[in-house]
Write a protein that binds this ligand. Structure first.
Ligand SMILES: O=C(O)CCC(=O)C(=O)O
Length: 294
């Protein structure tokens, strides 16, 4: 049964009244507030053409030293670069298929309805298609890209003979401007790669040793921030329940960015075709700054 958008939203965030979705007016902020100062190529992170990087060099320079990197040239010949374009997706058989949206509870929405919502929404923290089971439901999508050789070593696959044991490990993501999730580390000490097919994503990463408390409110008490100007409580509902990237960029980013160098913060905009490698235990937050497919 196809649900209307208000019902989907209600199911996705039952605690949020209809008016609460636009409470902070983020959609009215100047685009620069969301896109940040880096609107071009990355400056804080290596950007490497993967065609010039063999597996041994990747391991030596990034995997073994736990350094994040942006890799280019890996997805140029993927079918997804054409077939996952918004109009192509909406017009394909996938347009009428349901994908997972929502935060804690799994709520589904058909792709065409999501794309229509995405093009018009002024929600502060829009819904985000974040689907871990597309490969089982739509195996043809797995043919639209290939796992780069640099990432073929995957220890989780040894659990695959028992599907109940293997945690989620691949996701199809479609998100509009301001969608994204709160700062986190990936589970089970996994490292991750994220291939952007279209649109742009804003990334901020912090090294594993960074204080979790600081990253969650920007006011690490160990740095004597109690009573520090600008360190008032963050809106609890937004932070604790929605856990949306837009709240982090609005409320926490302005605080932590002042300590960018001391913290070893890495910030950049991921461009279409870029593959980001996130070594295990690195904190990261990603917000879509336009309609993205990944
Ligand atoms: O929204 C994204 O593109 C990144 C999601 C993410 O951080 C994750 O899956 O761990």
């Amino acid at each position: 049964m196809k649900l209307d958008i208000e019902t989907v939203k209600q199911q996705a965030r039952p605690w949020l009244p209809t008016t609460g979705w636009r409470k902070y007016g983020y959609a009215k902020e100047a685009p620069s507030v969301w896109k940040g100062e880096y609107d071009g190529r990355a400056t804080d992170i290596d950007v490497v053409d993967a065609r010039d990087l063999d597996l041994a060099s990747f391991r030596e320079r990034y995997e073994n030293t736990f350094q994040p990197v942006v890799l280019t040239g890996l997805s140029d010949d993927w079918e997804a670069r054409q077939t996952w374009e918004p109009s192509a997706l909406a017009n394909s058989h996938l347009g009428s298929c349901d994908f997972d949206v929502g935060d804690e509870d799994v709520v589904k929405m058909d792709l065409s309805s999501y794309l229509a919502y995405a093009s018009a929404t002024d929600d502060d923290a829009p819904l985000y298609i974040f689907d871990a089971h597309y490969g089982e439901r739509h195996p043809e999508m797995l043919q639209h890209y290939s796992v780069p050789e640099l990432f073929t070593e995957d220890y989780l696959k040894y659990l695959s003979s028992s599907p109940m044991l293997r945690p989620d490990y691949r996701w199809f993501l479609v998100g509009c401007e301001r969608s994204g999730f709160w700062i986190h580390r990936d589970p089970f000490y996994t490292s991750a790669w994220n291939a952007l097919i279209s649109g742009t994503k804003r990334w901020v990463l912090f090294p594993p040793e960074t204080s979790e408390a600081l990253l969650h409110d920007g006011c690490d008490s160990s740095h004597g921030s109690d009573g520090e100007a600008g360190c008032e409580e963050l809106p609890q509902e937004a932070v604790q329940k929605e856990r949306a990237a837009s709240h982090w960029f609005a409320k926490v980013y302005p605080r932590v960015v002042q300590r960018r160098e001391e913290l070893g913060m890495v910030e950049f905009i991921q461009q279409p075709g870029d593959v980001v490698y996130v070594p295990h235990q690195w904190w990261h937050i990603v917000m879509n700054t336009s309609l993205t497919k990944a």
